[in-house]
Design a protein around this ligand. Structure first.
Ligand SMILES: Cc1ncc(COP(=O)(O)O)c(C=O)c1O
Length: 381
């Protein structure tokens, strides 16, 4: 379904040798500093960022940092959508918070504003942090979250795991200028593929400085902990991979845009995620199966597999359906999440995929659905 293609380090022996000669292998070394600086100058244009060893740890740290601002022990919930990845809920739980799960919008699949507001009103002073997910790289309305944080006196951490390459309605990279931390993943399966890694961005350089110290054992001064800490540093070799990915990233994002357009053309009338903003960074293509196939996704995936096509179902099960979060979380009404999660089908996308290959996938999917529909009507007849 996905063919991860991080930059090939074996083609960059000179840069690897430069790392060895520098004597720095980690600890926010020169390669890491260069990557962070280039992220700001070429992508965000303002603010500051710090790398992390993965976005899950970054989420844990960012949540820890912002909840420091609302010490009230009654605040025990982290409000997030149920239609997201387990990492978001785990990051809240590691901070001693209970995931409070809201619904999504039926078109954009972003967290539903009405559902968030309902839970914010219902749990009022018990919510420690709001953690919206920019679903599959779609662009959240960050202005709304800024207003919401003031109105409800609650901090925000944005899970933007899949959003490197996404462009807001104002033409800026997603997250640029936002005063609360925004978490991006550089996992091998993301569009910004490196292997393991992540970036915390924020317009507030002081917050980033604090998070940098947190990620290095709470050392704000050399070898002396003045704050809570852990080790979230990115190695210099990983920073090199990230820098090489950044240098070729524009072409990768553009290629994915054209593959997404091919999918749209190949599946006319199919329900897909509605874009918010100017550009979405596609790691894969999500579609909703026709509703008559509810309960038959497994068969469709198996039929595609038989034709040599990998497909999946992100995010199914959604968080409220997973045993650990059922036990340790609280869910509001989730009618749209239930619907989308039961019908969502994740289709292949990779950098070397051709328009013809998209045609093969869409043709095979249409055939599978036709066959499944025919056998269903035979059964009901
Ligand atoms: C929505 C979401 N949040 C967080 C993460 C965690 O990212 P990482 O794998 O870099 O820890 C992922 C990873 O897939 C994700 O999809």
């Amino acid at each position: 379904m996905m063919t991860p293609e991080p930059p090939r380090l074996s083609h960059h022996l000179e840069e690897l040798e430069a790392i060895e000669n520098s004597g720095f292998y980690s600890n926010y070394g020169p390669m890491n500093t260069r990557f962070e600086q280039e992220m700001i100058s070429s992508m965000f244009k303002e603010g500051a960022c710090v790398t992390v060893c993965n976005a899950t740890i970054g989420l844990m740290m960012a949540i820890r940092d912002v909840i420091g601002e609302c010490r009230d022990p009654r605040r025990r919930y982290a409000l997030m959508p149920s239609f997201t990845f387990a990492a978001t809920a785990h990051a809240a739980l590691w901070n001693g918070l209970t995931p409070l799960l809201c619904d999504i919008d039926p078109d954009t699949w972003l967290p539903c504003a009405a559902s968030e507001e309902y839970l914010l009103d219902k749990y009022r002073d018990e919510i420690a942090v709001v953690v919206p997910y920019a679903t599959f790289g779609n662009n959240l309305n960050l202005e709304r979250y800024d207003i919401l944080s003031v109105r409800h006196n609650v901090p925000i951490v944005v899970d933007a795991a899949a959003s490197l390459g996404s462009i807001n309605e104002d033409g800026r990279s997603f997250g640029a200028g936002f005063r609360w931390p925004v978490l991006f993943s550089m996992h091998a399966t993301k569009l910004f593929a490196t292997g393991e890694g992540g970036v915390i961005y924020c317009s507030d350089a002081e917050r980033i400085a604090r998070l940098r110290a947190m990620g290095s054992f709470g050392f704000e001064t050399p070898r002396s902990a003045t704050a809570i800490g852990l080790n979230s540093k990115l190695s210099e070799v990983s920073a090199l991979t990230a820098l090489l990915q950044l240098q070729r990233f524009g072409a990768i994002v553009a290629k994915r845009q054209s593959l997404a357009a091919n999918y749209l053309e190949g599946l006319p009338g199919w329900k897909m995620q509605q874009l918010r903003g100017k550009q979405q960074a596609y790691a894969f293509q999500s579609v909703l199966l026709p509703s008559y196939l509810k309960g038959f996704r497994h068969e469709v995936i198996a039929a595609l597999r038989a034709k040599g096509i990998g497909a999946g179902a992100y995010f199914s099960p959604h968080l409220a359906e997973q045993p650990y979060f059922r036990q340790h979380g609280v869910a509001g009404p989730l009618p749209v999440t239930e619907d989308v999660s039961q019908l969502v089908l994740t289709l292949p996308m990779y950098n070397k995929m051709s328009e013809a290959q998209v045609g093969i996938v869409t043709g095979a999917l249409l055939d599978c659905c036709q066959e499944a529909g025919d056998s269903l009507s035979r059964v009901s007849a």
